[in-house]
Design a protein around this ligand. Structure first.
Ligand SMILES: [Mn+2]
Length: 352
């Protein structure tokens, strides 16, 4: 397991200097942010980003994300040109030594929360999702969501949503299949592992279809092009927001098949109806048994990339909700500690 940390580039208040000081931190997960979605990422930009990260003593092997243009998800005629561009970006990333590309196939909103500042009893703040609040939103009257209001103008959002009105789950599946059949051969040739991030949260939202939300979906996705390069980002917090998903079993199954290339490890406190909030990483703090999840990775012989995914805002830190330094750093150290405990327990022949 190789520990990584997401970094949003020069505008990120969490600096590479700080990230390198986290014990056991191997690498950075980032992206080229100043190329419009759908355009090819130029080699020079990827090289410059890599050089900056490496100059701080960190590796740069994982991209999160190369975004998939909405026209591809909608199956519009422009998709062939956009898929060709995506494939060229994969070639350019491979030429710069990148190994894994995380992406998702969620229409319009690639994550949804109803609050970014839910206060926990200890005074920390965190991201939360409340089903009743979402159900009260009428998409025709306009959607206002924390974290998204700057991304779309109201008219733009309305026309995008109306384009999706004809996109059922079946249509979205066939558009995903078309995309995978278009890009995976290039990934194989270039030596890039594609790793789809599941839907966050794993449920349909505002009538928009969601198709990467449980074991059945993951199996179907992997079978579309049955090669290791068509793989997963297994996000414990996203899939874990549906308490019917057994994360330990998913890790055993899909890491066992060598199809998980990137592990997002975080904990959530979930109710049966699907409300949840993000907690500290420890098993005791949320609904997921992080010890068993890490053990499942260990026992599957997992050698891929891990990140602590999100963290709460603690110790007065301000910045991008979910992406502060302190709680994610604590998460990384905790996860490395779990791994060491399991490894040493095995080595000494005792039950870890
Ligand atoms: Mn995630």
């Amino acid at each position: 397991m190789k520990m990584t940390f997401r970094w949003y580039g020069d505008s990120d208040p969490v600096t590479l200097d700080y990230i390198r000081q986290i014990p056991g931190m191997d690498g950075i997960v980032s992206a080229v942010y100043d190329v419009p979605v759908g355009d090819v990422w130029p080699v020079e930009k990827i090289k410059a980003l890599k050089a900056k990260i490496e100059s701080h003593g960190l590796r740069f092997d994982v991209i999160e994300s190369v975004p998939v243009h909405e026209d591809i998800k909608l199956g519009k005629p422009s998709r062939d040109r956009l898929i060709a561009n995506y494939a060229q970006t994969l070639r350019n990333l491979a030429a710069c030594g990148l190994k894994v590309v995380c992406y998702n196939f969620m229409p319009v909103f690639d994550w949804t929360r109803t609050t970014l500042e839910m206060e926990l009893p200890d005074g920390s703040t965190t991201l939360g999702f409340d089903v009743a609040t979402v159900n009260k939103i009428d998409p025709n009257a306009g959607i206002s969501l924390p974290g998204w209001d700057a991304s779309y103008k109201p008219d733009e959002l309305k026309s995008l949503l109306s384009e999706y009105s004809k996109v059922t789950e079946d249509v979205l599946w066939s558009n995903l299949e078309y995309f995978l059949k278009g890009v995976i051969p290039t990934a194989v040739e270039a030596g890039i592992k594609m790793a789809i991030h599941p839907d966050d949260p794993p449920r349909p939202i505002f009538g928009l279809p969601r198709i990467v939300k449980n074991r059945e979906d993951l199996k179907r996705l992997l079978s579309i092009v049955d090669v290791p390069e068509n793989g997963l980002t297994l996000c414990s917090g996203s899939l874990g927001a549906d308490c019917k998903n057994d994360i330990v079993a998913l890790v055993r199954e899909f890491a066992g098949q060598g199809r998980i290339h990137f592990a997002h490890l975080r904990n959530v406190k979930v109710t049966e109806q699907g409300d949840f909030y993000e907690t500290g990483h420890r098993s005791e703090d949320g609904s997921l048994d992080m010890g068993e999840i890490v053990r499942a990775y260990y026992e599957a012989g997992f050698t891929g990339y891990v990140r602590p995914d999100h963290g709460r805002m603690i110790w007065g830190e301000t910045g991008k909700p979910g992406y502060g330094l302190y709680d994610r750093a604590l998460g990384a150290v905790y996860l490395n500690g779990l791994w060491e405990g399991i490894a040493k327990g095995k080595a000494s022949g005792k039950a870890a």
